[in-house]
Write a protein that binds this ligand. Sequence first.
Ligand code: MTE
Ligand code: MO
Length: 258
Amino acid sequence: MRNGPDRRGFLKCTAAMAGTLALGGCDRLSEAPWFRQLLDSAENATRTTQRFILGSGPLAREYTEADLSPVFKANGSVSVGDPDYRRHAENAFADWRMPVTGLVERPQLFSLADLRAMPARTQITRHDCVEGWSCIGKWKGVPLSQVLDKVGLQPRARYVVFYCADTLEETEDGTGQYYESIGFEDAFHPQTILAYDMNGRPLPIPHGAPLRLRVERQLGYKMAKYIMRIELVENLGAIGQGRGGFWEDRGYEWYAGI
Ligand SMILES: Nc1nc2c(c(=O)[nH]1)N[C@H]1C(S)=C(S)[C@@H](COP(=O)(O)O)O[C@H]1N2
Ligand SMILES: [Mo]
């Protein structure tokens, strides 16, 4: 354990950090060497303190029921051909289980019932697609931070990767399967949720049933639909074509800040 003065020094530093975060402009924070050093130096501090640093960025604007779009456009994959997925869909995803694996302390399977039994967050937000359209919708789900707390992060974990059921492009090596990844400043952000309801109903298939990511300070392509598996990794190079997501592998930015 660290002694008292060291610990106080660290806490003073986190307070300064929170101020920096509030000013914004820290989108690529987890990439910055000094930030990594700070996290590593905090290895003996509690994860709660780390989460305080990571989860304290600005909130995306939230709207009211009156602002809801009458029709929310569905984009990208709007259905899934995979036979396993279709079997789950016919059964209202009752037997669907989502593994959370990789650099975690306690790998775990989550059913929809498990996720629904956890603390939930509801938010009305605007979804901005890189194509130039926006829609306002209401999302309910479990904060990703809750799931990450359950499985526990190993110190080497740096990214959260979401593997989806849909293949958006047929490729010979299988790299046409949709996937996405985010860093911890978004993973622990309070508005980052695994959504199972949309506009007060179970998430419809065109919008990503049974579970889709909402990461409200980034563009639509980050918000993985049809999530089948979550993995904690140290780097992204060995996944897909190595750039952290289906569209990133095709030239889009990894950090798609709005
Ligand atoms: N699995 C999967 N997730 C995906 C996509 C996709 O094709 N497959 N498209 C992305 C894009 S570009 C957008 S804009 C949003 C669309 O979400 P929506 O269908 O709910 O509007 O999902 C994102 N997540
Ligand atoms: Mo999009």
